[in-house]
Design a protein around this ligand. Structure first.
Ligand SMILES: NC(=O)c1ccc[n+]([C@@H]2O[C@H](COP(=O)([O-])OP(=O)(O)OC[C@H]3O[C@@H](n4cnc5c(N)ncnc54)[C@H](OP(=O)(O)O)[C@@H]3O)[C@@H](O)[C@H]2O)c1
Length: 304
């Protein structure tokens, strides 16, 4: 396989670090667009951008094999109007900035893989959502809708476009799993709220493989749910997490306690209470094979 140039905007974070490693390990040239570039010892190059305006970063997109955009203010914060504005603006602005840069280069990138989230569907209770399900109506669903609309509106006709609606990513180095593991070890790993809300999880290793497939497979375009086939309820998820940390029982966390705890932790209670039962229909239709379809196997892999 010939060496590719992969530009990863927002590539310094949890998912980006795993992607950067995966692409550079297979010999690709990786360029990370970041607000704070550091000199690195590995072959990855960090280039400064502000996620919003044109700049010296733009020529790096010219002739790139792939652009991956992971940029966005982290949603793990209180969803005040001000924070929601920042969550939305960081996503939409980065899409618009990349689209403008791609429109100016002599040779457009071959593929643009854009992060989105299963938050697109809002709170869907027990209803199984594949990619044809409509957008929800809560604040994060509206963020995702506008994020994806900006991506769809980007006028880059020669570029193959893939949007990934990412679920609840399970990994060692970031995301919610380390926090939930810590709480569970302190006997605070009970079911949250009713415990009946669904969690559409995905192991980080499978998510990385989906991004790699999206970059390399000419037949992939459009929107894909990036979730494992087996969504579980919150009660099942917490039971499996307690099993892995050998805590047979913890008291359930009623909604008021979740709200209080979230406030103390500087987080947002609705993230733990919303129900999303998503199915990876389109990615399975491409022939993609998940390594982790079973939550127990995923947690055993990540927690031991
Ligand atoms: N992790 C999950 O479970 C999950 C689930 C669904 C969807 N997603 C989506 O996948 C993408 C990557 O997620 P992640 O977990 O890797 O996120 P992350 O660790 O928070 O990384 C996001 C990156 O975006 C950049 N960024 C943050 N705020 C910004 C701002 N205001 N303006 C410009 N850039 C900003 C940061 O890069 P610099 O500081 O280096 O500039 C940061 O490294 C996000 O868009 C997220 O919404 C993640």
């Amino acid at each position: 396989m010939s060496k590719k140039r992969i530009v990863i905007a927002g590539g310094s974070g949890f998912i980006g670090t795993a992607l950067t490693q995966a692409f550079s390990e297979r010999g690709d040239e990786v360029i990370v667009l970041t607000r704070r570039a550091r000199a690195r010892r590995d072959r990855v190059r960090e280039v400064v951008w502000d996620g919003e305006h044109p700049g010296d970063w733009m020529p790096f997109l010219d002739g790139a094999d792939a652009v991956i955009n992971l940029t966005g203010k982290n949603i793990n914060c209180p969803h005040t109007p001000e924070n929601l504005r920042g969550i939305l603006a960081s996503r939409v602005n980065s899409v618009n900035a990349l689209a403008a840069a791609m429109g100016q280069g002599a040779q457009p990138p071959r593929v643009w893989v854009q992060a989105s989230a299963t938050g697109f569907y809002g709170d869907t209770g027990n209803t199984v959502c594949d990619e044809s399900a409509p957008a929800g109506s809560d604040a994060l669903a509206e963020v995702c809708r506008q994020w994806e609309s900006a991506f769809a509106a980007a006028k880059v006709p020669q570029i193959r476009k893939v949007a990934l609606r990412i679920g609840f990513v399970l990994g060692r180095g970031g995301g919610a799993l380390p926090v939930l593991s810590r709480l569970t070890k302190y006997f605070l790993g009970g079911a949250v709220g009713s415990g009946r809300q669904y969690i559409s999880w995905i192991h980080l290793a499978d998510l990385v493989r989906i991004f790699v497939a999206a970059v390399g497979s000419e037949n992939m375009s459009g929107t894909y749910n990036a979730v494992a086939p087996g969504a579980v309820t919150n009660a099942e998820f917490m039971r499996e997490l307690r099993r892995v940390w050998q805590r047979p029982w913890s008291p359930p966390a009623p909604v008021f306690a979740v709200k209080l705890g979230s406030r103390l932790l500087g987080s947002e209670a609705s993230l733990a209470l919303v129900s999303q039962r998503c199915a990876p229909k389109s990615i399975l239709a491409t022939g993609f094979q998940f390594q982790f379809t079973d939550l127990r196997a995923a947690l055993n892999d990540l927690c031991h």
